[in-house]
Write a protein that binds this ligand. Structure first.
Ligand SMILES: *Cc1c(COP(=O)(O)O)cnc(C)c1O
Length: 387
């Protein structure tokens, strides 16, 4: 039953990422059954007699479509490690708050980045209202290291969103573990094909599947992957009590999208680098950031720690109006928040007011278009904006 390598189609630890992507989480092949079964819509399941150990009882606790997706994400986050538990959530924030809040105790010390995803700010306030001491430090320069004495949980976001700074996950995780603290990494920007936090020492790899993981801008999803079953139980109980569960359709769409994750992230990373190089050659653009860009402050560390550098490029234009004219003049790049999708998007991040960025700061998410088309479009829009 569980000799997972014997049947046709099962992944082996040696399989490469593109192979993993198309097969991850597929059930054992059955004659006349689809390779990826459709979504199971069920609030409850037939449940005769004693429910102890029933794999499916109630739709807030379990769903076969989640089970398949969770197995798939586990095979991407931790290839060949059957002990990893992955739990799918309704959104990235559902997953993030499940880890942070299920661990929250009065007097506990949590170390957050001060340049992470902007909803970490209200999350911080929530933690403090529960009696947790929250300390923050920037991602760059491993500055969180200074805050670890007495900590019980270190939260890392690398590369950070939107600043694209990178920290040494292995170094921080080792330092945190020496002090008895758990380590969680927000892996949204990198995806499992960009970096594998559990292999770098993290206890939790947490992400928004809304971005590159599902990649089509049509799904909200999150997940937590972790190796310790007791930690996983705490997160699972949090999901059940808060009810932050994904819909079966979303879970299925995300699983279907994983088949192209390797193709998409490869094309997007190559496009992002080409775009970053082109932007760096322009006089009207400053502070071009991309972890894959040689000379970027994050590059050396990113090249050691990451297999792929993601699809986000950030840069600054001279002022808010110039940035707005630029966004308006783009033909192939939609003005939208979020990132990681097959279609390129960009936004003036300062419009939200939450991030410490200049008024002309642009976060660009490179899709799977031909990089030459994107570069031509970005350059014509810069020309229009500067005219
Ligand atoms: C978008 C994002 C989140 C939140 O994910 P949702 O799916 O929108 O809830 C968390 N962390 C990072 C780094 C993100 O980019």
């Amino acid at each position: 039953m569980n000799s997972s390598s014997s049947h046709t189609g099962a992944l082996t630890p040696e399989d490469g990422n593109a192979t993993r992507a198309v097969r991850a989480g597929l059930p054992e092949e059955q004659p006349y059954a689809p390779p990826l079964p459709g979504p199971v819509f069920a609030a409850h399941y037939h449940l005769p007699g004693d429910p102890t150990g029933a794999p499916y009882a109630y739709g807030r606790d379990q769903n076969p479509t989640w089970t398949a997706l969770e197995a798939a994400i586990g095979e991407l986050e931790a290839p060949g490690d059957p002990d990893v538990t992955t739990l799918a959530f309704a959104s990235g924030m559902g997953a993030i708050s499940a880890v942070l809040l299920s661990q929250a105790r009065p007097g506990a010390v949590v170390v957050l980045p001060d340049d992470g995803y902007n909803l970490l700010i209200p999350t911080r306030e929530r933690l403090e209202s529960l009696g947790v001491e929250v300390r923050t430090a920037p991602t760059a320069g491993d500055a969180q290291l200074e805050q670890l004495d007495g900590a019980s949980l270190l939260w890392i976001e690398s590369p950070s969103n939107p600043g694209l700074d990178v920290c040494d996950i292995r170094r921080l995780a080792d330092a945190a573990h020496e002090r008895g603290a758990l380590v969680a990494v927000d892996n949204t920007l990198a995806t499992p094909f960009g970096q594998r936090p559990l292999a770098l020492g993290a206890d939790f790899s947490v992400a928004s599947g809304t971005k590159a993981l599902s990649g089509h801008g049509d799904v909200l999803l999150g997940y937590v992957a972790c190796r310790d079953p007791r930690l996983a139980d705490g997160v699972r109980l949090w999901r059940k009590t808060v009810g932050a569960v994904p819909g079966p359709m979303e879970a299925w769409l995300a699983h279907r999208s994983l088949a192209t994750l390797e193709l998409r992230t490869r094309q997007q990373a190559a496009g992002a680098l080409a775009v970053a190089e082109a932007l760096r050659g322009r006089e009207d653009v400053t502070d071009v950031r991309h972890p894959g860009l040689p000379g970027d402050p994050s590059h050396e560390l990113a090249a050691r720690q990451m297999e792929r550098f993601g699809c986000v490029v950030s840069f600054t234009l001279p002022g808010r109006e110039r940035a707005e004219r630029f966004l308006e003049a783009l033909r192939l790049v939609g003005d939208a928040t979020s990132f990681g999708g097959v279609r390129s998007t960009a936004e003036r991040r300062g419009r939200w007011g939450g991030d410490p960025v200049p008024e002309g700061f642009i976060r660009l998410s490179v899709g799977v278009e031909d990089p030459s088309d994107l570069i031509a479009d970005l350059c014509q829009a810069l020309d229009v904006a500067g005219a």
